[in-house]
Design a protein around this ligand. Structure first.
Ligand SMILES: [Fe+2]
Ligand SMILES: [Fe+2]
Length: 479
């Protein structure tokens, strides 16, 4: 079962060869996917040879191989983690029953909706990042961008497989719609807000892969617990790829910080708030990096939905979407009568309130996400501290700049004070990237496509990928 068929048009370990109807549906979708990729994927690099990893197995050891490939020829495949024998539903009303191999009729609409929402984020991020190649700070970074892009393409394939295999005609229509919506388009936007934001520069890309791909990780972890086994197995394998996306983001910001701190120390600039002096060195000042954190983190927190949610309770109860590491939590996994502590605003102040745990599933996943961000912040602050610079990067308060959920109507500062909306607007440019900040960053975005070259605003990586050095010719640009 875990053997991957690489001989056929669509590499897979789901025995596509013996399911004629499904194979035809996917083969019909394939050219439309390629049209989308050529039109909305990386702009201008379709003929370049890129040193990419391709998943060739689902075994933990040696699941990927590296080699040069033109992106449109990438082997997007359908890969599920190996089935577990006698797997049981781990939570909700059906806890203890054998997992489902087909979609239970009563949960059909719910499941389809969850897959469409997950599936929609995958092409959306490729669209958001499509112009970045032109300003890549190095071939190493260019390659990492494209790696993330092709794998998001594969994640789209993963969801489209599930839709087409298990949802018949509706599934085929949804698969089509996934290629029709466009990030940021006023008429046919992507489903979720963060996936309609622009990714205008490379610092945004690194923040997006640090924070928004991490939301992806949390959602996939919750779906990996699903009682619908094909979804669980699909998400488990996607998580192996997702780890690299977050690495690209975290290490990318680290390298930006390293370049900034080195330049400041090299010119004896002691005051990190002296933005003009730091920018004169051609690096990104720390306050602007903090503003980017504030933006991407707050926009990503919205992706978890309303703190108190009946939909989330239903999905949990149905055994469709669990909690983060559900199988490691020590409770009854049904949450009858259980409570969970949720932050709420009461009379202009924040207070922790006990809510029914079942309704607070989204709040809990968001808490787990916030915890998952802590080591990232520590790593970034270590770079600054090691350079002897007195500045601490922080995550803003969870109620800051929120558009979804309980805090959406509130004007909250990054440290968590509820203030007058007019006052908030007045200070917004101190907290979120202002036009002048974005203009400055944009002025740094120049391509460094020569072998071994790195833009001055980012330090080279400490090591390369796929056993190659950092200055390897990761992308052979078409002449
Ligand atoms: Fe993804
Ligand atoms: Fe990702």
């Amino acid at each position: 079962m875990s053997a991957v068929d690489y001989a056929s048009l669509i590499p897979n370990n789901v025995d596509l060869a013996s399911d004629r109807t499904l194979r035809r549906a996917l083969e019909a979708w394939h050219p439309r996917f390629l049209d989308w990729w050529r039109g909305m994927g990386p702009d201008g690099f379709q003929d370049a040879e890129v040193f990419l990893r391709t998943a060739v197995s689902v075994d933990r050891a040696g699941w990927a191989k590296f080699g040069f490939v033109k992106m449109p020829e990438y082997r997007w495949g359908i890969l599920l983690a190996p089935a577990e024998t006698d797997r049981r539903i781990g939570f909700g009303a059906h806890k203890g029953e054998p997992v489902w191999q087909e979609v239970p009729g009563e949960y059909r609409a719910l499941l389809r909706r969850l897959m469409v929402i997950q599936g929609d984020t995958e092409p959306a991020s490729v669209e958001q990042q499509r112009h970045l190649g032109k300003t890549a700070p190095s071939l190493y970074d260019l390659r990492n961008l494209f790696q993330v892009n092709v794998e998001e393409g594969r994640h789209l394939w993963a969801m489209v497989y599930l839709l087409q295999r298990y949802f018949g005609r509706d599934g085929r229509e949804e698969a089509e719609m996934l290629l029709q919506r466009r990030s940021g388009n006023a008429d046919t936007p992507r489903i979720l807000g963060a996936f309609n934001e622009r990714t205008p520069d490379w610092l945004s890309f690194f923040m997006f892969t640090s924070f928004t791909d991490r939301d992806g990780k949390m959602q996939l972890e919750a779906l990996a617990q699903s009682g619908f086994d094909p979804l669980s197995r699909t998400c488990r394998f996607m998580l192996t790829e997702e780890a690299h996306h977050m690495f690209v983001g975290k290490s990318g910001v680290e390298r930006v910080l390293r370049a900034t701190c080195a330049a400041m120390n090299g010119h004896a600039i002691r005051d990190p708030h002296d933005v003009a002096a730091v920018r004169a060195l051609g690096v990104i000042d720390l306050p602007t990096i903090q503003k980017k954190i504030n933006f991407h983190y707050s926009v990503t927190l919205d992706l978890f939905g309303s703190e108190i949610s009946t939909n989330a309770a239903n999905a949990f109860n149905a055994g469709i979407k669990g909690r983060f590491h559900e199988d490691r939590i020590d409770d009854d996994h049904q949450l009858h009568g259980a409570t969970y502590r949720v932050l709420q605003s009461v009379d202009g102040r924040f207070d922790w309130v006990d809510a029914p745990a079942l309704s607070a599933i989204n709040a809990r996943l968001r808490d787990d996400y916030i915890n998952d961000c802590q080591p990232v912040m520590r790593a970034w602050n270590r770079v600054v501290a090691d350079a002897g610079i007195d500045f601490e990067l922080t995550l803003p308060h969870r109620a800051f700049h929120r558009m979804v959920g309980d805090f959406s109507g509130l004007a909250v500062t990054p440290v968590g004070e509820i203030i007058d909306p007019a006052q908030w607007q007045h200070s917004a440019n101190d907290w979120l990237p202002a036009a002048a900040d974005l203009e400055y960053i944009a002025s740094l975005m120049r391509p460094h496509h020569a072998v071994g070259a790195f833009a001055p605003w980012i330090a080279p990586p400490s090591s390369g990928v796929g056993g190659k050095p950092g200055d390897f010719e990761y992308v052979r640009l078409a002449s």
